[in-house]
Design a binder for this molecule. Structure first.
Ligand SMILES: [Cu+2]
Length: 514
């Protein structure tokens, strides 16, 4: 990272790139193939999904309290198979089952332990996305779990109620491990959220909605694919919601809370309702907003979450739809999913709906971090497969952050390809995006943000108190193919006056937690 002033925008560079690409394609490719690739319509399943399957709801993970008063979960990664409605057994991976994993749930202040068992034939890891915790518990590439090994991270949950999630983060193989089915939700509760009149009865009026796009090959197996004109990673043509194809959800209450998670490896969605009715956005990655925000769309790039509340009338049906997301430029629109429309999930209201209280005008106070309290400002340029021109190196610490300090990071995307930024250990706030104050949906706690084209996002965050000069946290693009290709850096949290140490090389050193 470097500390520099504002940089010029580079729309010209992008335009030239697109023109060169078109010229090259027209000269080199066969005219027919090139024309088809350039002109073929985007995917559009609006109105074409038969919603034939009840939405699977991941079970709440059972837990026990050990003799130290800690809440203990079991989480075994394992291979399995599932018929996704194609009449074939698709080979999958899952936690405690064949696909995805149970929903972990804990209350702020609790100490948790997760006994992660690797029942897979290769190393993996489990990262607690959005969680504030010591780096050695974070589950990044330095906490690889070998086949047959158990890793038992433990930490005290100390952050506001939020919809977090967990997924593997092994070095260079995250896309494949998530794509095969390893992911699940981690819901945090707290007193403030519990005191509000919000739907919170899991599986009754409060549902996880984990959205993933997949490609199946002729044998019905999941296939990681590459696109000739965008190196965004796998874009699928079939949606799974909580692992269900063409799902519907029976709604029995006047208001239903959906915890949307973009669990896809590359695709960005712009969620709304098919009849364009407004809904209430009540929370983003790191917790509730100060007040419900009424809107018709919420854009989520890979890894981002949103909690929304939808109002239903008795007997009606309405689909959750993903509209074409604005990805920043015509090239991304064309080749990175920016023209695609998907019907996601049909909400089916019962003939009689249980009453639900009105949403409160206010939710929770969200302290704004004062920019004057920042001790360091860093610049991160995202381009190609690197950050500030560097590819991920497990042995290199890119930044040392003082425990508990506030920093501003200025993040600029320079290459016209969709990227987002995820920072481990923190929830940040957006100061400006493209020079403007954040819109309401980016004004709450975030840990992942889609980067604007040729422009800068300024974020501010207070780092945790868990100093460890040797074990780094990650920051990276959460388009998992890019992450695997090296668009990732490492920071350590240190005591005041302390320097960064040396991370363990190789990353396979931890088969047991502390
Ligand atoms: Cu990226």
């Amino acid at each position: 990272m470097t500390t520099t002033g504002p940089r010029p925008r580079r729309p010209l560079r992008l335009l030239v790139g697109i023109l060169v690409a078109v010229v090259v394609l027209c000269c080199c490719g066969s005219a027919g193939v090139t024309g088809w690739l350039l002109l073929r319509p985007g995917i559009d399943t609006a109105g074409k999904v038969d919603f034939r399957n009840p939405l699977a709801v991941p079970p709440l993970a059972p837990s026990r309290i050990d003799d130290e008063g800690r809440r203990v979960f079991d989480l075994r990664a394992q291979a399995g198979q599932r018929d996704f409605g194609r009449g074939t057994a698709t080979r999958t991976w899952g936690f405690e089952g064949d696909y995805l994993g149970p929903t972990l749930r804990a209350t702020r202040g609790e100490r948790v332990v997760v006994d992660v068992v690797n029942g897979l034939p290769e190393p993996t890891s489990v990262h607690w996305h959005g969680m504030r915790l010591p780096a050695v518990m974070d589950g990044g590439p330095h906490q690889e779990v070998r086949p047959g090994a158990t890793w038992s991270p433990t930490w005290t949950v100390d952050q506001p109620a939020a919809t977090l999630w967990y997924h593997p983060h092994p070095h260079g193989k995250t896309e494949e491990h998530v794509y095969r089915g390893l992911a699940g939700m981690f819901i945090i509760d707290d007193e403030r959220e519990s005191a509000l009149p919000l739907p919170r009865d899991y599986g009754v009026d409060d549902f996880p909605v984990i959205v993933q796009d997949k490609n199946f090959d002729r044998d019905g197996q999941l296939r990681v694919t590459r696109n000739m004109f965008s190196d965004i990673g796998t874009l699928g043509d079939t949606l799974l919601v909580n692992g269900t194809v063409a799902p519907y959800l029976d709604v029995t209450t006047e208001r239903v809370r959906l915890r949307l998670l973009n669990g896809s490896t590359a695709r960005t969605y712009d969620f709304g309702l098919a009849d364009d009715r407004p809904f209430a956005l009540i929370g983003t990655d790191g917790g509730l907003l100060p007040a419900p925000h009424t809107t018709r769309r919420i854009t989520l790039s890979p890894g981002e979450r949103a909690e929304i509340v939808v109002e239903m009338r008795a007997g009606e049906r309405v689909a959750v739809r993903s509209f074409p997301p604005a990805l920043g430029n015509v090239f991304s629109d064309r080749f990175a999913g920016g023209e695609d429309t998907f019907d996601v999930l049909e909400l089916r209201a019962a003939g009689t709906l249980a009453a639900a209280p009105d949403l409160p005008d206010q939710l929770v106070p969200v302290e704004r971090i004062d920019p004057a309290s920042a001790v360091t400002t860093r610049s991160l340029d995202f381009a190609g497969r690197g950050i500030n021109g560097k590819s991920m190196d497990m042995g290199r610490i890119d930044a040392a952050v003082v425990r508990g300090s506030v920093e501003i990071w200025e993040v600029t995307k320079l290459d016209g390809t969709p990227h987002n930024l995820h920072v481990h250990d923190v929830q940040f706030q957006v100061l400006t995006i493209g020079g403007e104050p954040p819109p309401p949906h980016l004004a709450g706690w975030k840990d992942t943000i889609l980067l604007p084209d040729d422009d800068t996002v300024r974020i501010i965050m207070r780092f945790g108190d868990h100093a460890d000069p040797n074990v780094p946290y990650m920051y990276h693009c959460h388009l998992l193919y890019h992450e695997d290709q090296g668009m990732m850096g490492q920071f350590v949290v240190v005591e005041p006056g302390q320097s960064a140490g040396t991370p363990p090389r190789g990353g396979a050193g931890h088969s047991h937690g502390q």
